[in-house]
Design a protein around this ligand. Structure first.
Ligand SMILES: Nc1ncnc2c1ncn2[C@@H]1O[C@H](COP(=O)(O)OP(=O)(O)O)[C@@H](O)[C@H]1O
Ligand SMILES: [Mg+2]
Length: 326
């Protein structure tokens, strides 16, 4: 029996499809999973199965249990606000695959940004949504116990984004190593771990967050930094001031949602992490694929290096971020 047949059997056992033919239509975009769209009597669904190895870089081994983390995150986020995550319909017995409702007519935010459709209020809603999950899960022992994913977060986030650069840059190594240690040690709230525009759908009700495979109980500053980094990189690449505005709106809305700790302390940690992540996207293991122009790379690298050595809180960082150094 092929693995796909296993998936179809799982969908039948879950009562999602009948005895007739079932077509698994691959959805584009994924590097860490098989993702399919399946038409069912109850409407279209998405089936997602983690790959044992990510397609981007052979060394990035990641346990398939991350499928389970994703399901847990999606359910928890819907408990906070049902509009911000797709409904999980079933967990399948094969390889931590699961089924969720397909959201029709919802473009991926990254595609919208790349096409120059930069909706600043939507960026604020993204900040609000991330903060809502953090606020609901902050200092919560049950959530902490449900997401014991330190090893995965280290393998997929801390090592490639912080420590890899540290190993290749003697001047920045002490700062980046300390930052990695601090990030790993801090257990404050439920972190999504991959809040990138490519993992956010634009629905009529606002953002819908996908792809929570890296979810862990950790430092909420990471999610804010990760998403902001994407907007700042795209601001350099597209040279569009509205992306700077979107980053400011995201940070401002997020800040308004911080009720679990001192906001200034969190914004400073997020600023430090953003600087490190920006550098990682030009010098790390997972470079931003669109940043190939040496002028763009230099704009990111020079600003990121300066910010790593002299950190700014993320609100100041986004306000001062330059799209070009000319
Ligand atoms: N529930 C959903 N509704 C609509 N489209 C979805 C849904 N889930 C995933 N997709 C589409 O599939 C793509 C890949 O899904 P994602 O969960 O991000 O997987 P990967 O881990 O492979 O990146 C998304 O960018 C989106 O275009
Ligand atoms: Mg994705």
């Amino acid at each position: 029996m092929t693995v796909d047949a296993d998936i179809i059997d799982g969908l039948r056992d879950a009562g999602l499809v009948g005895e007739g033919d079932v077509v698994l239509e691959p959805l584009t975009g994924g590097v860490s999973c098989d993702v399919w769209k399946v038409e069912t009597p109850g409407g279209p669904i998405v089936v997602k199965r983690p790959l044992p190895q990510l397609r981007v870089a052979a060394e990035w081994l990641a346990p398939v249990e991350r499928g389970q983390s994703e399901v847990r995150w999606l359910r928890r986020a819907r408990g906070v606000d049902a509009s911000i995550a797709p409904e999980v319909l079933a967990e399948l017995p094969t390889g931590h695959a699961f089924a969720m409702r397909f959201l029709p007519g919802c473009p991926v935010w990254k595609d919208e940004l790349m096409a120059g459709r930069i909706d600043v209020p939507f960026a604020a809603q993204v900040g609000q949504g991330i903060a809502a999950v953090h606020a609901a899960t902050a200092h919560n022992d049950d959530d902490r116990a449900a997401f014991p994913n330190d090893a995965m977060f280290r393998a997929l986030r801390v090592d490639p984004f912080l420590l890899y650069v540290a190993q290749h840059d003697a001047e920045l190594a002490p700062v980046l190593t300390a930052l990695a240690g601090d990030l790993t040690a801090r257990k404050i709230a439920l972190v999504h771990g991959d809040v990138s525009p490519k993992n956010i759908l634009v629905s009529a009700e606002g953002p819908v967050f996908l792809d929570a495979e890296c979810a862990t109980y950790g430092d909420p500053a990471f999610d804010l930094a990760f998403c902001t980094t994407h907007l700042l990189l795209k601001a350099v690449w597209l040279g569009d001031a509205r992306l700077n505005e979107a980053a400011v709106a995201l940070v401002t809305a997020y800040r308004a949602g911080i009720d679990w700790e001192d906001a200034d302390a969190l914004l400073l940690r997020a600023g430090e992490l953003t600087a490190a992540l920006l550098l990682a996207r030009v010098e790390g293991k997972s470079p931003a694929p669109y940043l190939t122009d040496s002028v763009h790379k230099r704009a990111v690298r020079d600003q990121a290096r300066a910010l790593i050595l002299a950190p700014q809180p993320i609100d100041a960082l986004v306000a001062n971020w330059k799209r070009n150094l000319a």
